[in-house]
Design a protein around this ligand. Sequence first.
Ligand code: 13P
Length: 262
Amino acid sequence: MRQKFVIGNWKMHTTTAEASHLATAIAAGMGTDDRVTVAVCPPFPYLALVGDRLKGSRVALGAQNLYPAQEGAFTGEVSPTMLLDLGCQYVILGHSERRHTLGESDAFIHHKVRVALDAGLEVIFCIGETLAQRQADQTRTVLDRQLLQGLDGLSAAALTHLSIAYEPVWAIGGSGHHATPQQAQDAHAIIRHRFGQIFGARSAQTLMIHYGGSVNPEDADALLSRPGVDGGLIGGDSLKAEPFLAIVQAAIRQTQTPVEAA
Ligand code: 13P
């Protein structure tokens, strides 16, 4: 079984005090169970602070974005070298908010993925369709394009440092729409199947695919128990320790064998 993974994407939220408090509370509440990998991705300005608060805990540090160059005249941008320097292990790339609100293209995301992997970061690569695309029956085509163009030419070795987050845009951020566990499972199966066709069955077998559409403590068990749903990328419910830790607990429950759980 692939290990479950729970990631908190804090997006553009928290102050210095809130980031410090949240990271401290998550680190303290994690316990010692190491069957689930956990990471939090605060905004850039709080990476150092949060990294400090997480020291000695099982919670890894990730960033929400990067610019695909080591250094240079790129005003306002943050390089992979800087992220590593700050203790980041992970970076989220291709998030729908960057694709749709900030206009990032598949080609630009592809460049970022390559540079991040070359630098030694673990990439959480986000894909997903909008409501209009789903209603027009284009889900498969959109996922296919995002996979093909975003990951073009990557080696099997590089892909072992990449996981995918399926984020149906229509189910993100309190949109009022929720994907059912079956819809999540079906989309993950489409992604894994296509990934296998492109990169080989072996790569598809070890690929982790997380679900990221308003996961909360109430639906986490139902989602994470589905075959092929390897983790969750959590937005709103990662901004408070209690619901985030409850989702981590749900992930731990889903790693238990029936005998352990009985
Ligand atoms: P919400 O959990 O707030 O819907 O956000 C999902 C997401 O975009 C995580 O990256």
